[in-house]
Design a binder for this molecule. Structure first.
Ligand SMILES: Nc1ncnc2c1ncn2[C@@H]1O[C@H](COP(=O)(O)OP(=O)(O)OP(=O)(O)O)[C@@H](O)[C@H]1O
Length: 435
């Protein structure tokens, strides 16, 4: 961590979770018999779900965690909750390293960390009444006697916006929003310090969502709770968070106070995410999204910056002598070829070139490469075209050569982007234009 938080409740250092998904019973192993190599080699396939993630959560704050589906948010939450063992890294709770606790101390600590899942239905046992559901964790931790637990369960029902007489009702007698409130009461029953909310409102109607978010706000104040709020819904994240961590392909790319992040996103991925929020303007019907292409596989993520294959701000290779406008045109061609976004039957080399470039490039080598790449593309040789562009341009960019770490930039945030790790930190130095 670059700089410790004022009063961190949770500190996460270099947290990593990889899943071995090698197929077959011998997946992940290489055989050798009497020094001879087995004729088949099974390369381990590893999903890099969470990779070297470090952050802290201050006591009493809500840290929002946002990112596209599959970027590792839920895995991170499960590792934090000790539901999954980390591959590497440490989690400190009130400065205690959870990995170093005895099993009894860890059992006690588990009480302090609770989770609320997305689907309020499946997490409630249909055969149990609300009261018993809320009391179950207290019983497991030996808290209070039966009468004390009942009293506490009834108080909690009221704290979460229900009525104490609901104590004897079964889950099917409640609406989706009410069931999520019962989950909240159950999580709060053991008096936790930290609650992970994993898409807690995604399965609910919009009007119910807002009510639950308001309840979460008041519960935080009443019980002094610290939240990690996971969502892919940026408007929910903006409503609830004090700070926001943006995750892409297993890594954190930006961590910033909520308003700073929404008003002035620094990482190109954050910018792309924010610009894909639908604009509620009837004249502007386009749901503008600059998030082009698919998320690469976490089994084989791109070298260097993992966002570089979709990044509209890829930095020009230092060895090329291109103007900003020229590099922008090269970048557009790179993205168009990798997305195969034109039909080779409908376009000849001259027309395609004119779509991206005003005239010949000032760098003779680049000019030659672009010519070849365009010729490959218009004859349907997509792979040759994209590997040539990848080799001559993308791979030579610093973005492909080293993975930018999450560094504090001269504002109030941390960003993992080479563009911001330069003097001034405004991300505009060097060839490549502004983002
Ligand atoms: N048990 C597992 N075994 C193998 N791969 C897994 C396992 N759990 C998650 N993954 C993979 O890890 C990556 C991260 O998944 P995760 O569910 O953490 O992402 P997420 O951001 O929470 O996505 P979503 O918003 O869709 O829930 C994905 O590629 C997923 O397929």
């Amino acid at each position: 961590m670059n700089s410790p938080a004022a009063d961190p409740l949770i500190q996460v250092a270099g947290l990593t979770k990889h899943f071995d998904v090698s197929s077959g019973i011998f997946g992940g192993y290489e055989f050798s018999l009497n020094g001879l190599q087995f004729p088949f080699r099974y390369d381990p396939e590893v999903v890099r779900a969470v990779d070297d993630v470090s952050f802290e959560i201050e006591r009493g704050e809500t840290l929002g965690l946002v990112g596209e589906s599959g970027c590792g948010k839920s895995t991170l939450a499960r590792v934090l909750l000790q539901l999954l063992e980390p591959t590497a890294g440490d989690i400190y709770f009130e400065e205690e390293n959870l990995a170093e606790l005895s099993s009894e101390a860890l059992r006690q600590r588990r009480k302090d960390i609770q989770i609320i899942f997305q689907d309020p239905q499946s997490s409630l046992d249909p055969r149990m009444k609300a009261g018993a559901i809320i009391e179950e964790p207290m019983q497991a931790h030996g808290m209070l006697d039966a009468a004390g637990r009942e009293e506490r369960a009834k108080e909690l029902l009221e704290s979460v916006g229900l009525e104490s007489q609901y104590y004897d009702r079964y889950p099917h007698e409640f609406s989706g929003g009410q069931r999520q409130r019962i989950n909240l009461a159950r999580a709060l029953s053991v008096d936790p310090e930290f609650v992970v909310l994993d898409e807690p409102t995604s399965a609910l109607d919009v009007s119910v969502q807002a009510q639950i978010l308001n309840t979460l706000d008041s519960l935080q104040a009443e019980f002094g709770l610290t939240y990690l709020f996971i969502s892919h819904d940026l408007s929910v994240i903006r409503h609830i968070s004090d700070r926001v961590a943006v995750m892409y392909l297993g890594e954190l790319v930006e961590v910033a106070p909520v308003e700073a992040l929404f008003e002035d996103p620094k990482h190109p991925y954050t910018r792309a995410l924010l610009s894909s929020i639908p604009v509620p303007d009837p004249r502007n019907r386009g749901e503008r999204s600059v998030l082009e292409g698919d998320v690469p596989s976490p089994i084989n993520p791109p070298s260097g910056c993992r966002f570089r294959t979709r990044c509209p701000a890829l930095i020009a290779p230092a060895e090329h002598d291109l103007s900003e406008t020229e590099w922008e045109s090269v970048r557009s061609l790179l993205r168009a070829v990798s997305r195969r976004s034109f039909d080779p039957d409908d376009v000849d080399a001259g027309t395609l070139r004119a779509r991206f470039f005003d005239g010949p490039l000032s760098d003779a080598h680049c000019e030659e490469v672009i010519d070849q790449a365009i010729n490959h593309a218009v004859t349907g040789r997509w792979d040759q075209s994209s590997s040539l562009l990848e080799r001559e341009f993308s791979q030579k960019s610093i973005c492909a050569q080293s993975n930018p770490s999450l560094e504090r930039i001269p504002t109030d945030r941390r960003v993992a982007c080479h563009r911001h790790h330069v003097d001034g930190g405004d991300g505009t130095r060097g060839t490549g234009g502004t983002m």
